[in-house]
Write a protein that binds this ligand. Structure first.
Ligand SMILES: *Cc1c(COP(=O)(O)O)cnc(C)c1O
Length: 492
């Protein structure tokens, strides 16, 4: 019996009707995603015109009608990273089980900030963290927390490192209490999160020591050691080394073993940004590339990249979970969550920045179980093999200059037949325009990278739908598109 009438509730038959319809549409969308354009590339003003309701609605609207309007709106005006030829930036096709998991998670609506509010969800997140540690080959005694993505995962590790390595009074007196400048070391190809972290967490962007890279695009170890020595000599306080396991442009993994050694020698925190690449450590033949990972004090990884989780899901792992508690917990009086029947409870609000937290662990936990280690080894190996195939085809083609290939990232540029490879200005313009044209065309989605001042196209395959046929066709599209743009530029 309903005691309170309201316009928010959906009764059972309404919920089922709308829900079944939605599930049908999503199933059709998944089934046919390869037959539709990746994007229709509408401009923001064209998109604004698609929104029927321009003013804030005074009265409510029928939920059936609203759901079918919204589904249509999204299916016609989005960019579909589920498409087999989507390989821009680092965004995966979402595992279908994750789509359903998100629906289930929001239905149960757990607040995974405190265990009393999320009894089994907290246990599931703890297990997910432990499994992710095992997945990448570090001890399952690492602890951690799920966060919204790579940036937040790196921030969380960065803050734990700052608490541990800055002067002990930092929590009470703040960063300005230090008479020495705290400094952070990373390669110049580190993702932009490190800038944000240095700025937001009080060090200032000048605290970052951007270490040059070698010809293989890894952090130059000699340059790193020199810089630490000169900072020490100048009275600075080297606090943290950030290693990258799969850099965002070219997929290169730093020499983690060496970085670990140097960090230990100087009592520095060793953080690894593995947001993109570290899941590849699950492949036995690639283990050696990631040697040294077990020395990390903290590691960032991104299930919404190479574990194919729907957005958002990032994860911070720390060797000693106490470092997260030391950083993020302050035990206010009004939170009385400590004990349950004599057992210690695990309250995730004490392990990270968030207080109320959603159940993002569920989609990751379910995918890990549906796919399993074997399944992931196969998927990730195939992504890498497809990337190598793309590089080889590009390399063999007389009109493509293939530049780099690491993990599942290949970079290359279109060069007209017999054109001078050193004609940087023209080739950069040509490839810039070609990339935009390809993106707008909706048949393939690549992004860009700048390699030794050369503007190139970059394909990052974290996509379980991509097949060899797609790679062959993409090479063809690049060449045909390249010829067209070249012909047009010659006429200008
Ligand atoms: C993607 C990425 C990030 C940022 O992660 P988000 O999930 O986009 O916040 C950081 N570092 C590396 C190496 C990445 O590939």
């Amino acid at each position: 019996m309903k005691l309170r009438s309201n316009t928010i509730e959906l009764d059972k038959s309404q919920f089922k009707k709308i829900g079944y319809q939605l599930i049908d549409q999503i199933a059709n969308f998944i089934e046919t995603v390869d037959q539709n354009p990746i994007t229709t590339a509408k401009t923001p003003s064209e998109l604004q015109k698609q929104l029927e309701q321009t003013t804030f609605p005074e009265k409510g609207r029928s939920p059936e009608e609203l759901m079918s309007y919204t589904t249509e709106l999204l299916l016609k005006n989005s960019l579909f990273n589920s498409h087999p030829k989507f390989m821009g930036y680092i965004t995966s096709s979402p595992a279908p089980i994750g789509i359903l998991a998100d629906l289930l998670a929001s239905a149960i609506n757990q607040n995974v900030g405190a265990q009393i509010l999320s009894p089994i969800a907290t246990e599931i997140e703890k297990q997910t963290v432990k499994w992710l540690a095992e997945f990448i080959g570090v001890s399952s005694s690492y602890g951690g927390i799920l966060v919204s993505g790579g940036n937040m995962a790196n921030f969380t590790g960065f803050l734990a490192g700052r608490t541990e390595k800055a002067p002990k009074s930092i929590k009470e007196e703040g960063i300005s209490n230090s008479d020495k400048k705290l400094t952070v070391y990373c390669s110049k190809s580190t993702h932009t999160w490190v800038d944000k972290a240095a700025i937001l967490f009080g060090l200032g962007s000048n605290a970052i020591r951007w270490i040059p890279t070698t010809s293989t695009n890894q952090m130059d170890i000699m340059a790193l050691e020199k810089r630490i020595a000169s900072d020490l000599a100048n009275g600075n306080h080297p606090m943290m080394i950030v290693g990258t396991a799969g850099d965002v442009s070219t997929g290169v993994v730093d020499d983690l073993n060496k970085l670990n050694e140097i960090s230990k020698k100087h009592n520095m925190w060793f953080h690894i940004d593995g947001a993109y690449g570290i899941p590849a450590a699950v492949i036995p033949s690639l283990k050696s590339m990631f040697e040294g990972v077990e020395g990390a004090d903290s590691i960032a990884l991104d299930p919404h990249k190479w574990l194919y989780s729907p957005l958002e899901a990032g994860c911070t792992l720390v060797k000693d979970p106490q470092h997260l508690i030391n950083t993020f917990s302050s035990h206010p009086e009004y939170y009385k969550f400590d004990n349950m029947e004599g057992e210690t409870t695990h309250n995730f609000y004490e392990y990270g920045l968030q207080n109320s937290r959603g159940f993002r662990a569920l989609k990751v936990w379910m995918a890990l179980q549906q796919i399993g280690r074997e399944g992931y080894v196969k998927l990730i190996s195939e992504d890498i093999a497809l990337s190598k195939m793309m590089f080889d085809l590009a390399n063999a083609h007389p009109e493509i200059d293939a530049l780099t290939q690491n993990l599942s990232i290949a970079t290359f540029r279109y060069v007209p037949l017999h054109h001078d490879l050193s004609d940087l200005e023209y080739l950069n313009k040509l490839n810039d325009e070609l990339l935009s044209e390809l993106q707008k065309g909706g048949e393939v989605f690549l992004s860009n990278a700048i390699i030794s001042e050369k503007y190139c196209m970059r394909a990052c395959i974290v996509n379980f739908r991509t097949a060899e046929k797609d790679i062959n066709e993409i090479i063809e599209m690049v060449v045909i598109g390249g010829r067209k743009v070249h012909a047009r530029l010659l006429k200008q």
